[in-house]
Design a protein around this ligand. Sequence first.
Ligand code: GLY
Length: 358
Amino acid sequence: MTTKRIAGLREKLQELGVDAILVTHAVNRRYISGFTGSSGVLLVTQSDSWLLTDFRYMTQAPQQAVDFTVVEHAARWIDTVKELAASAGVKKLAFEQEQVVFSEYTAWTAALGDGIQLVPVSSVIEGLRMFKDEAELAIMRDACKLADDTFQHMLGFIKPGLREREVALEMEIFMRSKGAASSSFDTIVASGERSALPHGVASERVIGNNEYVKLDFGAYYNGYCSDLTRTIVVGQPTDRHREIYEIVLEAQLAAIAAIKPGMTGKEADAIARDIITRHGYGDRFGHGTGHGLGMEIHEAPRLSVTGTTVLEPGMTVTVEPGIYIPGFGGVRIEDDIVITASGNSLLTSSPKTLFILE
Ligand code: GLY
């Protein structure tokens, strides 16, 4: 699995005109090497692939990073990087510029000396990660099924009088009990007026009657994230509750029906946004229609007003339009999809009728 990824990385190094890359982002390190430990860096040239880690991982790392030569690094790992890079004749060494703070950069520059030039690069491995292979999609389907099962479970749990935090705890316990390592981000449970907060992480608020409860959550499973939002009503919905829900649902269904390869993120975003705007709520939909997801909860590409990436098969994105009305409440409906050769396919499958829990 990692052999193909290393080959893809080497092609990128050639395009960039560099001799090697230093991988310091933990998620990218795992993607390229398979190593799940908490500490280590990769040094990849056209002919060598090294994983530098410390004493704690000298048994685990060779078992996981089968395509890498595992080296126990010196007290300062950058000194080992210098030694290996110099032995391989590396002159231009790419590094992931978003993953380093200035003090580290200056320390690296000093340690590497004049012979090795650091070259800042962006989104090299993230570009590879945008395209999920079948093995990754299988894991993501499992992560999404876990989220779907959690929503189903919560329909039998949520009732007036519970605190949002109690609801979030139950969701997290359920996901963990079914195999998730953790939730894929801080669970959002936003009820009543708080449902107008797009990212209303669960609070001490007690869920009342005749109000929305927005649940936005996901499972972090086997290294991959799912992300699901459903909004329900506890008690009896008013006409306004139903109206807002129906508009968001119309926008979400239309986007899912239309998203296909060849479209830009901006064009995908416009499908949902135009519907919400036509109904008079354009200014109450203040975030993008979706984002890529995979090993991280937010990845490329973005489905937003600035999304220039052209969608291609294998990309996995969320589709999550919403309407938020301060003082009243808000609705978001979100699914995860994979772009296919002819359109897209749903990864999540929870029902989207308006659930009314009494
Ligand atoms: N669904 C949570 C987020 O996108 O941040």
